[in-house]
Design a protein around this ligand. Structure first.
Ligand code: HEC
Ligand code: HEC
Length: 270
């Protein structure tokens, strides 16, 4: 018994210190390796800071440009086909990656061009086999994609105009559905003008918005515009329903604009 008492018993504290000591060295090694990898990765990422910075700045500027531009009827500044090609499409089409038709390779593009503009536009917007929708850049507008397609195909011998399909005309049932969605989710602001929302019957506010086209308005309603919440603040609202609400709003706003034009015409006639 006496002999046993001479060896110091391992207290929980000793045990803990020993364990932590044992963990510390490998832990430090792992930490250093992780830091090294992160360091390498951030250097790789830093290789090309300008386009990223450029894009971030442009994204920030856009909504302000739309809402506060001196000329409110000026459209959103859309990139040219060449800009879109350089920023997005060229990543694959520049070298023909994934067996994509290579830029300026007339032979590779000829059978594509033969499909006609509508098909190419549809494939550019919605994707086609390994060709991702909008080149994998969902922020590109329809017009920007169209311009990029025209840029590439025309460089391979086509003569396309970057035109978009005609606007979809909503059916009476769709408009009724849109009105219901509007009443529930949008009227609180757009009937009253609360928080600066454009009132539906405010022809002056809507005239420049209508000129921007429905795609812009859909986008603004779904993603939120400056001051306007995405989907009217109801994140459970589907994109499709939001678009129907916009269809209804556009219909009402067009009527308001037409009505506002009439008295002016009558006054002018007097
Ligand atoms: C990730 C690679 C990639 C990017 C980025 C890319 N493409 Fe493509 N694209 C492809 C591939 C692959 C094909 C061939 C698909 C096939 O024929 O199966 C293709 C085909 C096409 C076609 C021909 C479609 C047809 O019907 O034959 C068009 C038009 C096109 N791309 C436009 C664009 C535009 C515009 C952009 C930029 C906004 C873009 N692409 C960005 C990979 C890409
Ligand atoms: C909480 C208030 C509020 C609600 C709810 C609301 N909006 Fe708006 N909306 C705004 C404001 C504010 C603006 C003006 C933004 C600006 O000045 O550009 C706006 C603008 C818009 C625009 C024009 C885009 C633009 O650039 O100005 C559309 C289209 C729109 N809203 C659609 C909708 C739809 C569809 C709904 C319902 C699903 C909805 N809004 C619900 C406040 C609201």
């Amino acid at each position: 018994m006496a002999e046993h008492q001479e060896t110091t018993p391992t207290t929980p504290k000793d045990f803990l210190l020993a364990t932590l000591g044992g963990l510390f060295a490998p832990g430090l090694a792992i930490f250093l390796i992780v830091m090294l990898v992160l360091g390498i990765r951030s250097q790789l990422g830093a290789e090309d800071p300008e386009p990223v910075a450029d894009r971030v700045v442009r994204e920030r500027i856009q909504p302000f440009g739309v809402s506060l531009a001196i000329d409110p009827s000026a459209p959103r500044v859309e990139k040219t086909g060449e800009q879109v090609y350089n920023e997005v499409c060229g990543n694959c089409h520049g070298a023909g990656a994934l067996a994509s038709p290579k830029h300026k390779d007339a032979g590779a593009w000829a059978p594509r061009i033969a499909k006609g503009w509508d098909t190419l536009l549809e494939h550019g917007l919605k994707g086609f086999n390994k060709m991702p929708a909008r080149g994998g850049e969902p922020d590109l507008s329809d017009l920007e994609v169209a311009r990029a397609i025209a840029f590439m195909t025309n460089a391979a011998g086509a003569r396309f105009e970057p035109v978009l399909k005609k606007e979809r005309v909503p059916s009476a049932a769709e408009l009724a559905r849109g009105q219901a969605v509007y009443a529930e989710n949008c009227a609180a602001c757009h009937d009253t003008g609360m928080t600066g929302a454009q009132k539906l019957d405010d022809a002056q506010a809507w005239a420049p918005l209508l000129k921007q086209g429905k795609d812009y308005l859909y986008h603004a309603a779904i993603k939120g515009s400056f001051g306007g919440p995405a989907k009217g603040g109801n994140d459970k609202l589907s994109d499709a329903d939001t678009m129907l609400a916009v269809d209804y709003m556009v219909e009402a706003a067009r009527a308001a604009v037409a009505k506002a034009a009439k008295p002016a015409q009558q006054a002018a006639a007097k």
